[in-house]
Design a binder for this molecule. Structure first.
Ligand SMILES: Nc1ncnc2c1ncn2[C@@H]1O[C@H](COP(=O)(O)OP(=O)(O)OP(=O)(O)O)[C@@H](O)[C@H]1O
Ligand code: SF4
Ligand SMILES: [Mg+2]
Length: 336
């Protein structure tokens, strides 16, 4: 499979007060292949969302970003805001963490789902395109509400995420709907224009078990029915295992291991990955001792050394590289 997006040596830092700089992401490199689902996992605060926002170029102005994010022939970090706006939602799309915050409570679902079409100039009302005019007051009302946008495109997107009577839901408002329904609306909105890459940042967070399994089916369906690649950020390792083609493990702003899910879950190499899996309830709930380091003054050498059960003297002085072999990659002096 061809590479769709390649991140090379990405560094993201935030200037705190005068003396403190938080380096949220350090020398981070990985790629996503066409149609691939790559999962990004790791403890809270390790930099997963910062990576997602760097790809979307949605980091706040006080951030400093270095490196390359190659998407086709372009380095996203060098594009103008205007060029980036053309890409967002159309070629690369994101589902943000909290569906109720991502949707605007004062606009109908139909209006909000049509947003990507309006932004990217694909507003093709049935009148303009000469589509067969549907009769009935309900249709006209919807047309007015949605700014004469192509209803059938929105309806198709809603059908794709399991709404068999989409026109009814177009007139709904987010507060009328459950968290699971709003999550599906967001998936429909973010895949409306068939992006090459969809980033889903903690899409299952806050959903109950039934909704998580619905979401899993939506994302599986998306993988099967579309060409879209997925960058899946999640704390839910079961969810990740069932959906991902490859998993990248982050620790304190760095990637420490990349492998396919069965190798990673059956034979984790990096001591941090092993610790992360051992802390799962089904594997005995054994927590990793200590806590994540401060990103304003990370430990010298291997960032995991203060918590590593097998560290050696060298680990405290030298920084291990991410080394690739046999289709997986690991950042540890003592791993094969
Ligand atoms: N705007 C900002 N200014 C300063 N520091 C920031 C900013 N945004 C993120 N950070 C810091 O960058 C680090 C990584 O944050 P990030 O949100 O990417 O973590 P995460 O891995 O997504 O965590 P979670 O799993 O809880 O969502 C954190 O230490 C965070 O405090
Ligand atoms: S490099 Fe050393 S400290 Fe780091 S994970 Fe490997 S063994 Fe542990
Ligand atoms: Mg996050």
């Amino acid at each position: 499979m061809n590479t769709l997006l390649e991140i090379k040596d990405l560094n993201v830092s935030f200037q705190g007060n005068e003396t403190e700089t938080v380096t949220a992401v350090s020398c981070l490199s990985f790629s996503i292949r066409e149609k691939e689902t790559l999962a990004l996992v790791g403890e809270t605060g390790c930099g997963k969302s910062v990576v997602a926002h760097a790809i979307m170029r949605l980091l706040p102005p006080e951030s400093r970003v270095k490196g390359r994010i190659e998407f086709g022939s372009k380095n996203l970090l060098e594009l103008s805001e205007k060029e980036m706006a053309k890409l967002r939602g159309k070629e690369i799309s994101i589902i943000f963490q909290n569906p109720s915050l991502a949707l605007n409570p004062v606009y109908s679902i139909g209006h909000q789902l049509a947003e990507p079409l309006r932004i990217h100039g694909q507003e093709m009302g049935w009148k303009e395109k000469g589509e067969k005019k549907e009769k009935g007051k309900k249709k006209e009302k919807l047309e007015r509400k949605m700014g004469n946008t192509n209803l059938s495109k929105v309806a198709r997107a809603l059908k794709r995420v399991g709404f068999s009577n989409p026109r009814e839901y177009m007139g709904y408002y987010p507060s009328w709907c459950s968290g699971g329904m709003n999550q599906r609306f967001l998936i429909a909105a973010s895949t409306m224009l068939d992006p090459f890459l969809l980033i889903a940042d903690e899409p299952s967070k806050g959903l109950d078990r039934d909704r998580v399994s619905e979401l899993e089916n939506e994302l599986k369906g998306l993988k099967e029915k579309s060409e879209t690649a997925l960058l899946l950020i999640s704390h839910d390792l079961g969810f990740v295992r069932r959906l991902a083609d490859r998993v990248a493990v982050m620790y304190a702003g760095e990637i420490v291991e990349i492998a396919d899910p069965s190798s990673l879950f059956e034979k984790p190499l990096h001591p941090y990955t092993r610790g992360l899996l051992d802390s799962l309830p089904e594997r005995g709930f054994v927590p990793i001792p200590g806590s994540s380091p401060s990103l304003s003054s990370p430990p010298a050498g291997c960032r995991f050394h203060p918590r590593c059960p097998i560290k050696e003297k060298r680990c405290m002085q030298e920084r291990p590289e991410l080394k690739e072999s046999n289709g997986r990659a690991v950042r540890c002096f003592l791993c094969p």
